[in-house]
Ligand binder design. Structure first.
Ligand code: FES
Length: 254
């Protein structure tokens, strides 16, 4: 798979929710080759606090416009520095990296929580058929994603921990009902590990294929430092950055 290291000018960078930013970069070659589920390693040149590149899932790529989009949460000095960047400023971007989602035929259910919903946006655009979404958050504020997903989804199910919108509970509370009432060919999930584990167990019971996208601290992002390895259910050590981040759920959860 081809990857590039390029200086990418920021085109847009603005908050889309409390503490969550969306940044659009111009990076033509990456935009043309990127696949849903892959990620970028991004660095702000000259930023001492961020001399290592940081991984960001690709939330969108537009081959015609030559743009890639990331959605990030303000969590430390590095992302705060990103949030201050204005259009025209430059980031150093490496990518596209890793293995993306399988673009399966048939109706897919995309189950996302928190920032794990971001890569599912690109996946929804890439699938041959409009997917069904099941998204969850603590409260109404955390499921702001609905607006972004609406043009891409055939249907959106929502759960919130406090019941302020959608079904009260977790995505896994509603998932059995969704699997019953929708005709589905497969499931993809991305979000907190505990959520993906619960989703994988329920989907396994239902006999459908399921892919998960893992998140791990990544130093190199290209399979060199071994900092992101984990043991699969069959006892093989795999690297999240190079062998994933997308895996068959059976490789990750017993
Ligand atoms: Fe270095 Fe995966 S981040 S091997």
């Amino acid at each position: 798979m081809r990857k590039f290291v390029t200086d990418a000018p920021v085109l847009e960078n603005a908050p889309i929710a409390e503490g969550i930013y969306r940044m659009v970069l111009h990076a033509e070659k990456i935009a043309i080759t990127a696949r849903a589920g892959q990620f970028l390693m991004v660095m702000k040149p000259g930023d001492a606090a961020a001399f290592l590149r940081r991984p960001f899932g690709i939330a969108d790529a537009d081959a015609v416009a030559g743009t890639v989009t990331i959605i990030y949460r303000l969590v430390g000095k590095g992302t705060k520095a990103f949030a201050r960047m204005k259009a025209g400023e430059m980031l150093s971007v490496e990518g596209p990296l890793g293995q993306g989602f399988t673009l399966r035929e048939g109706r897919q259910l995309l189950v996302g929580g928190g920032l794990g919903i971001a890569p599912l946006i690109f996946l929804a655009k890439s699938l041959p058929e409009k997917p069904v979404f099941l998204i969850g958050g603590k409260n109404e504020r955390e499921v702001f994603w609905k607006e972004l997903l609406e043009p891409l989804a055939e249907k959106i199910y929502i759960t919130t921990d406090d019941g302020s919108v959608g079904t009260k509970g977790f995505t896994t509370t509603l998932l059995p009902e969704v699997l019953q009432s929708e005709q589905l060919a497969g499931v993809v999930t991305c979000g907190p590990m505990i959520m993906m584990k619960g989703v994988a167990e329920i989907v396994k019971e239902a006999g459908l294929p399921c892919e998960v996208s893992l998140e791990k601290r990544m130093a190199c992002g290209i399979g060199v430092c071994l900092g992101c390895t984990f043991e699969t259910t069959s006892g093989v050590r795999k690297k999240v950055c190079a062998d994933g981040p997308v895996f068959d759920a059976r490789e990750v959860f017993a």
